[in-house]
Design a protein around this ligand. Structure first.
Ligand code: SF4
Length: 368
């Protein structure tokens, strides 16, 4: 029989049911779950408290790691590693590890491609291929967690002084996580499970373009992840162009939904604003943004000079424009961070490495 079951797709309860259906005691499911999510084994033979016959059946009918590394690129400062993986069906996804501010943050993808179609984004240009499964999302975190745990043995690339752990996760890679809601939430619950991987949900940031019904659903979850909203424009007119889903969820409705989200969860909301030269970075637009965010309690805006896609008409704002924009928001009482364009030289903007591999001349551009 071929290995058709990805074990990471199963919750603890589902693994218990699987074991029962195999004629095994249910507690074997709990043991397997612990091997997968606490010890991060990749081979059933390492599950030493299971009977040999069960390990052999697992080895023949299931698999644990769905990721095949195709390409890995580090930035010159040794702070960012970007990896491109192939999934069993041939689809490719990107994952990024960032080592700065004493954090070890993994940026994960939730879809192959993305259906939102933002014109400035490499991923958006290719459209949506498919959703990732829970296990395919979890495996991205496990990949870098394994590497960090064994970091001393890595002889090249990023510098990690001693074995350590992933401290933060940002769900900001390829795809719109709330458009793949169930799989994303199952994956994040597994990562935040205090008995196994045990990363605090407060160290997980989920970024959305603003799917209002799903934001309402998220507010009901008993999983206090941080919410970030990719805004990129202060008016419906501009946002309809830059983030086309805005035509369905207009800014006034989105802001109203976020106010309700805050009332319900008492959590801070951050906003991502990709700064594009001559598009969304004027003084007037900063003032409009300050007005738009006035109803949001403790709003925080991350200003991110755009990671330009090769050949794209969308270019990053100048440093001067970013500082001017920032000052206006700060004067209005909105806290801000200017996010450095780390990883530009390794093409860390979402979808760019994947696009590069499909276009060899772009890969050459990245490496030079
Ligand atoms: S910016 Fe985000 S939401 Fe927009 S197309 Fe790219 S991946 Fe999708």
């Amino acid at each position: 029989m071929s290995q058709s079951i990805l074990l990471l797709d199963y919750t603890r309860e589902q693994l218990q049911e699987l074991m029962t259906s195999w004629g095994q005691p249910a507690y074997r499911g709990k043991q397997i779950y612990e091997w997968l999510h606490k010890f991060l084994v990749t081979d059933p033979q390492q599950m030493t408290n299971l009977p040999k016959t069960l390990r052999e059946r697992l080895a023949s009918e299931t698999y644990i790691n769905p990721l095949e590394l195709i390409l890995q690129v580090d930035d010159a400062r040794g702070e960012t590693r970007k990896a491109l993986f192939r999934l069993p069906d041939g689809a490719t996804i990107e994952v990024v590890l960032m080592l700065y501010n004493k954090r070890r943050t993994v940026c994960i993808s939730t879809q192959v491609g993305c259906g939102i179609g933002c014109p400035f984004c490499a991923t958006g240009q290719g459209g949506l291929t498919r959703n990732l499964s829970p296990g395919e999302i979890i495996a991205q975190v496990h990949w870098f967690e394994r590497w960090l745990r064994e970091a001393n043995s890595d002889s090249e690339g990023l510098v990690v002084e001693r074995p350590t752990r992933v401290t933060n996760i940002v769900v900001m890679g390829m795809g719109e996580p709330l458009a793949n809601y169930e799989a994303t939430m199952q994956a994040l619950r597994a990562i935040a499970d205090p008995k196994t991987f045990a990363l605090s949900a407060r160290n997980i940031t989920l970024s959305t373009v603003g799917l209002i019904p799903k934001i309402e659903q998220l507010a009901e979850e008993d999983l206090p992840v941080r919410l970030a909203v990719s805004l990129h424009a202060p008016t419906d007119r501009l946002r309809n162009k830059l983030v086309p889903i805005n035509k369905r969820y207009h800014l006034p409705k989105l802001i109203h939904a976020l106010v309700r989200y805050q009332e319900k969860t008492n959590r801070r909301v951050t906003f991502e604003y990709a700064m594009m030269r001559g598009i969304n970075d004027s003084v007037e637009q900063a003032e409009l943004l300050a007005d738009l965010l006035a109803p949001i309690r403790k709003a925080h805006v991350n200003l991110i000079p755009l990671n330009p896609t090769p050949g794209s008409p969308y270019q990053p704002s100048s440093e001067e424009a970013v500082r001017r924009f920032q000052a206006i928001l700060e004067r209005a009482g909105i806290t801000t961070t200017v996010r450095l364009r780390r990883g530009v030289e390794i093409s860390a903007g979402c979808g760019q490495l994947r696009q590069a591999v499909q276009q060899p001349e772009v890969l050459k551009f990245i490496r030079e």
